[in-house]
Design a protein around this ligand. Structure first.
Ligand SMILES: NC(=O)c1ccc[n+]([C@@H]2O[C@H](COP(=O)([O-])OP(=O)(O)OC[C@H]3O[C@@H](n4cnc5c(N)ncnc54)[C@H](OP(=O)(O)O)[C@@H]3O)[C@@H](O)[C@H]2O)c1
Length: 283
């Protein structure tokens, strides 16, 4: 008998393909290939290797017969594409199907309007998720907020990184300001570090290699410290700062009143505000 709990992945671009690769990968093997259906008008370059390797079923749109076997729908199209495909999807998706959306800025209210009565879980991944190094923030509507659905979301979204649950959807905007947009702040810091090295006389390519390795290595140390419960970011910073040394000289600049901590505070507040504005447009 055919499984009635298949997964339909609607939109298999960068994020969708990264998730699918995690579901199918030997490491987790969360999903047998025959239980995954890709819904996309064109197989993207990122999905092509998966489709070929696992011989995945691909459909342009979800018809009622196929949808009858689908118990979990993961929506990973661009937010601006969603309103165009929503009416047809809503018509065929089963009443008991769990909807998991990774759409940035599309709230539970808007999703609930498209999928009335269905359990809906909104997940916000971030870009490191495309290599399994992300972090997800999730929130469920009333129907979605049961252990079985939370587990299903953790199994599916969790392949890109751990899932942190929010009790209130409004905190999604703050989380967007931290982990959603956050990778870009770190990339900017890395760019600035390389440029500063260049300004001090280092060849540009060397300055870039030093900056990238420093950001990546510091990230790995942070992760280790958190995992082992040995050191947080402040402790690691203090450990590498000898009084009156070179690091202290730099930190005196970065930590001066109005400098990095204050700038980051303002930046996250700006992202939170913008996320709220964008959400208000779609709800
Ligand atoms: N990338 C990230 O790290 C990240 C982080 C957080 C949230 N997200 C969210 O994830 C979603 C996808 O982002 P992405 O970066 O993966 O974008 P993407 O690479 O552009 O993927 C979207 C995919 O949807 C396909 N598509 C277009 N129209 C479709 C339709 N009618 N039916 C089914 N599929 C259709 C696109 O195909 P064509 O290219 O042929 O149009 C493309 O392959 C977005 O809502 C975004 O907010 C992504």
């Amino acid at each position: 008998m055919a499984s009635r709990n298949k997964v339909a992945l609607v939109g298999a671009g960068r994020m969708g393909s990264a998730m699918a690769a995690g579901w199918l990968g030997a490491e987790r093997n969360a999903l047998p290939p025959e239980d995954l259906i890709l819904v996309c008008p064109r197989v993207s370059d990122s999905a092509r290797p998966l489709v070929d390797r696992y011989n995945l079923k691909v459909v342009e749109t979800l018809d009622a017969k196929t949808a009858a076997e689908v118990g979990r729908v993961v929506v990973a199209v661009k937010p601006q594409v969603f309103p165009k495909i929503a009416p047809a999807l809503s018509e065929v998706v089963r009443e008991d199907a769990l909807i998991i959306s990774v759409l940035a800025g599309t709230g539970l209210t808007a999703l609930g309007r498209v999928f009335p009565g269905r359990p809906v879980i909104r997940v916000m991944p971030n870009t490191p998720g495309s290599i399994g190094k992300g972090i997800n923030v999730a929130v469920a509507n009333a129907a979605g907020d049961i252990p079985e659905n939370r587990k299903a979301a953790e199994d599916l979204a969790g392949v890109t990184g751990p899932v942190e649950w929010l009790d209130e959807e409004r905190l999604m905007d703050a989380a967007t300001g931290v982990s959603g947009s956050g990778p870009a702040y770190v990339f900017l810091f890395c760019e600035a570090l390389a440029k500063a090295g260049e300004a001090e006389g280092l060849p540009a390519d060397l300055a870039e290699r030093l900056a990238v390795a420093t950001v990546a290595g510091a990230g790995a140390l942070l992760e280790d410290g958190l995992k082992n419960g040995t050191a947080d970011a402040a402790a690691l910073r203090k450990a590498v700062t000898s009084p009156k040394g070179t690091t202290q000289a730099a930190l005196d600049v970065l930590m001066a009143p109005g400098a990095l901590p204050a700038l980051v505070r303002n930046a996250v507040a700006a992202a939170e505000r913008r996320s709220r504005e964008l959400g208000a447009d779609t709800d």
